[in-house]
Write a protein of this length. Structure first.
Length: 320
C-alpha cells in the first residue's frame, strides 16, 4: 500500500472519537466483535468482516479509486456479492492457468506463482466450515471466461464448462465430499496429529473436494491430480503464510459462529472422523462408511430458495 494514497474509511466500523460505533457487532466470519470491521459494499447488505478474515476466506477485498477524486476507498464484499473472480472455482482456475503456460520446463517464477495461489486456496478451504453453508444456499458467482471472438450464446454448456446445481444438490455434494469437516481439519492441522496422516489421507480428502464439479467445475483427472499434488505439498511445507493451526485466526466460541444442535462447533473436527482416513479403491473417490452430525439440513435453506428447487418435494425435511 502506497503511503501517499488517501483512503475513504467512512464504511469502517471503529471509534468515532467519543465511543465505539457498533462495537458489539461481530465479524460475520470469525464471530468476534473486536477491532476494525468493514461493511459489505453492496447497497443494503449488512454483513461486516475483519479485513484479514475476509481476505483469507476468499471474499472480495479491494482498494478502489473514487471517481473524480484523488482518493481510494477500501472495500469488502460478502460471499453473495463478491465479484466472479473471487469465486472458489475461479481461484482454482487462476492457479491452473500458470501450469498451462506453454513451456518445456518449470521456472522459478512459475513455481512461485503456483505456490502463492496454492496458499490462498488452502487458506480459503480452512474457512470452508463457514462459507460452505453460503455456497449451499446461494451457489457462487463464477462466470465462464471467454476467449477473444467467443460468444456465450453460440456455445454449449459443456463448452462453457457450466455445471448446473441447486441448493439441494449442493447440499448433497457438500456432505459427500465432507467439505465442512475438511475445512475444520485443515484449520486445526488435524492431518499432523497421527503418523502418516499428512500424506495419503490428506490427498484422498483433497481429491474428494476437487472431484465435486458443482464446487470446482468439471475438472479432468490429470488436473485434479495436479491440484492434489501441489496443495498437499504446500500443506506439508508448514509455511507461516498458511493461516492454519497455531497461525489460524481465532474464532468465537459462541453461536455467532456455526454451531451444531448439540452445541459442538463446526470449526473443530471433534468426534468426526478425519476426512480421507478411509482407504478407498482407485475407482472410488468418496468415503462411504462415515457417520457424523449432519453439516446441513433442509430447514437451513430459506423458503425463497427452496421454492426454486424442483426436488423439494422429493427430499424429506432433515433427510440425508
Amino acid at each position: 500500500m502506497d503511503d501517499d494514497k488517501v483512503f475513504d474509511c467512512s464504511n469502517i466500523i471503529c471509534a468515532n472519537g467519543h465511543k465505539h460505533v457498533e462495537s458489539k457487532v461481530a465479524c460475520d466470519l470469525c464471530g468476534i466483535s473486536d477491532k476494525m470491521k468493514v461493511q459489505c459494499k453492496h447497497p443494503g447488505c449488512k454483513y461486516r468482516f475483519h479485513v484479514t478474515c475476509a481476505r483469507q476466506a476468499g471474499l472480495e477485498v479491494r482498494e478502489v479509486p473514487v471517481v473524480g477524486e484523488d482518493t481510494f476507498e477500501f472495500t469488502v464484499k460478502c460471499y453473495q456479492h463478491s465479484a466472479c473472480e473471487f469465486a472458489f472455482r475461479a481461484v482454482l482456475e487462476d492457479m491452473l492457468e500458470i501450469e498451462l503456460v506453454k513451456s518445456n520446463y518449470m521456472t522459478i517464477d512459475r513455481a512461485a506463482g503456483i505456490v502463492n495461489w496454492g496458499i490462498s486456496i488452502l487458506n480459503i478451504l480452512g474457512w470452508a466450515w463457514k462459507w460452505a453453508s453460503w455456497w449451499v444456499n446461494l451457489g457462487d458467482t463464477w462466470e465462464p471466461l471467454l476467449e477473444d471472438g467467443q460468444k456465450e450464446e453460440d456455445m454449449t454448456k459443456e463448452e462453457l464448462k457450466i455445471v448446473e446445481s441447486t441448493p439441494y444438490s449442493r447440499c448433497e455434494d457438500a456432505r459427500r465430499c465432507r467439505l465442512v469437516a475438511f475445512g475444520a481439519a485443515l484449520r486445526n492441522r488435524d492431518y499432523d496429529k497421527e503418523d502418516g496422516d499428512d500424506h495419503e489421507p490428506l490427498e484422498r480428502a483433497l481429491r474428494a473436494v476437487l472431484s465435486t464439479p458443482s464446487l470446482v467445475g468439471p475438472l479432468k483427472r490429470n488436473v485434479i491430480e495436479f491440484f492434489v499434488s501441489w496443495l498437499a505439498r504446500i500443506y506439508r511445507s508448514k509455511t507461516p503464510l498458511l493461516r492454519l493451526g497455531e497461525n489460524a485466526i481465532p474464532v468465537s466460541e459462541t453461536e455467532s459462529c456455526n454451531i451444531y444442535d448439540d452445541k459442538t462447533p463446526k470449526y473443530i473436527l471433534g468426534n468426526r472422523r478425519l476426512p480421507g482416513k478411509q482407504k478407498v479403491s482407485k475407482e472410488q473417490i468418496f468415503e462411504t462408511d462415515f457417520k457424523e452430525i449432519d453439516d446441513f439440513s433442509v430447514e437451513e435453506l430459506p423458503l425463497s430458495i427452496l421454492l426454486r428447487s424442483p426436488e423439494r418435494l422429493q427430499i424429506k425435511k432433515g433427510s440425508k
